[in-house]
Ligand binder design. Structure first.
Ligand code: PLP
Length: 395
């Protein structure tokens, strides 16, 4: 007898992208100390605006409550308090999506749930992800040893791959608005994915972490699509919506209609969460509830408008230069075509413009000639970075 590790962990690729970016930036800073304070980071996926005031006030009030014998809260329901689930339920009603409170599960963020949901799924299931892709979908499945297929997102399909015979898989990941490309599926396109999943008895894992950036008549939720409750789970987050990246709160919608192998996925998830998770703190859930108040919504709208203004500063320059891109309008990410290999472009932007972005290649093979710029910065920095990039690309 001897202890053994989970061998699949040996199959994980080194978490190369952000480590490599940090290494190259540090080396550049060492070589260029005199200009190193001019560096502008346009690569980060973390928000930069602080928490909305109404969220802070709600959390302060909840903290005070926790210090009184009458209002102290100990262990809460693992799946979240009804006050927050009720606020989310009302939010979905705006998109004509009716959810029962038992279909909403509060968590410490979308990333955890995206990984944890796999506890419920057989390891022999095949997986479809788009390429480029948010790396969490890939790595969590590599850890379990599942076979992964890639649907290429390219300029030809506007970075929105559609169902094809060769993409038949048991688990289908869709992220819309997409990280890294910023591309958004419309209702007709999502309907095709829902029909494809229903036809093949697949499950769709729909990541709507960036739904708050969606405007016009584009879907916020896959449950706006008929039939989706029979084939999809939705993961959402307060991270980008309300600046909760460090505060941690999200939610997952698991419909009661979701039944495979005569098993209710909703019941399985409840069982999993009540066994392995002890819920999000009362204070944080009160903060998240404030996101849906009139004042909270106003403050959040201002923050999102601020980021979108940055995205516009970026895309205006790309339009002026005639450079192809996706995203920006319904997303904090702009996915631009670069004139050279994306790592080469990264080095050139760093050396010549003192600007850091994210090479598309780090998100998958299809990203080799693309580059991700993010709107999470100040207007001043975004303007300055784009002025430098304009000058460099005009030469
Ligand atoms: N899903 C996508 C597509 C993301 O880009 C991110 C974070 O960047 C997450 C999920 C993680 O969200 P959370 O902070 O709620 O864990």
């Amino acid at each position: 007898m001897a202890f053994h590790v989970e061998k699949n962990y040996k199959n994980l690729a080194e978490s190369y992208l952000f480590a490599e970016i940090a290494r190259r930036v540090a080396a550049w800073q060492e070589r260029n100390p005199e200009v190193s304070d001019q560096l502008i980071r346009m690569g980060i996926g973390d928000v930069t605006r602080p928490l909305p005031k109404s969220v802070v006030e709600a959390m302060k009030k909840a903290c005070d409550e926790m210090g009184t014998p009458e209002h102290f809260h100990g262990y809460g329901p693992e799946q979240g308090y009804d006050f927050l689930k009720g606020a989310i339920q009302k939010y979905y009603a705006r998109f004509d999506v009716t959810l029962n409170l038992d279909e909403i599960f509060i968590s410490d963020g979308a990333k955890s749930d995206l990984g944890n949901i796999l506890d419920l799924f057989d390891k022999d299931n095949t997986v479809l992800v788009t390429d480029p892709v948010y790396p969490v979908y890939v790595d969590t499945n590599v850890m379990d040893g599942r076979k992964i297929l890639y649907a290429e997102a390219t300029e030809e399909n506007d970075f929105l791959p559609m169902p094809e015979e060769k993409y038949k898989a048991d688990i289908i990941y869709l992220c819309s608005p997409n990280n890294p490309t910023g591309a958004v599926y419309n209702r007709e396109q999502l309907k095709k994915w829902v029909d494809f999943a229903l036809e093949n008895q697949s499950i769709i894992l729909f990541d709507s972490a960036y739904e708050c950036f969606v405007t016009e008549d584009l879907p916020h939720s896959i449950f706006e699509i008929e039939g989706a409750k029979k084939c999809a789970i939705e993961f959402c987050s307060f991270s980008k919506k309300a600046g909760f990246t460090g505060t941690r709160c999200g939610y997952t919608v698991v419909p009661e209609d979701l039944v495979f192998d005569d098993a209710s996925i909703n019941k399985f998830w409840l069982r999993r969460q009540t066994t392995k998770f002890n819920g999000v703190s009362y204070v944080v859930q009160r903060g998240a509830e404030a996101v849906f108040t009139e004042q909270g919504e106003k403050e959040i709208e201002e923050n999102i408008a601020y980021y979108k203004e940055n995205a516009k500063i970026i895309t205006d320059v790309l339009d002026e230069l005639g450079i192809y891109y996706t995203g920006g309008k319904h997303s904090p990410y702009v996915w631009m075509k670069c004139p050279e290999n994306s790592w080469k472009f990264f080095d050139n932007l760093l050396e010549k413009c003192y600007v850091v972005g994210t090479p598309g290649q780090g998100f998958g093979k299809s990203g080799e000639y693309f580059f991700r710029l993010t709107a999470f910065n100040t207007h001043e920095n975004t303007r300055e970075a784009m002025a430098r990039i304009r000058e460099y690309l005009s030469k």
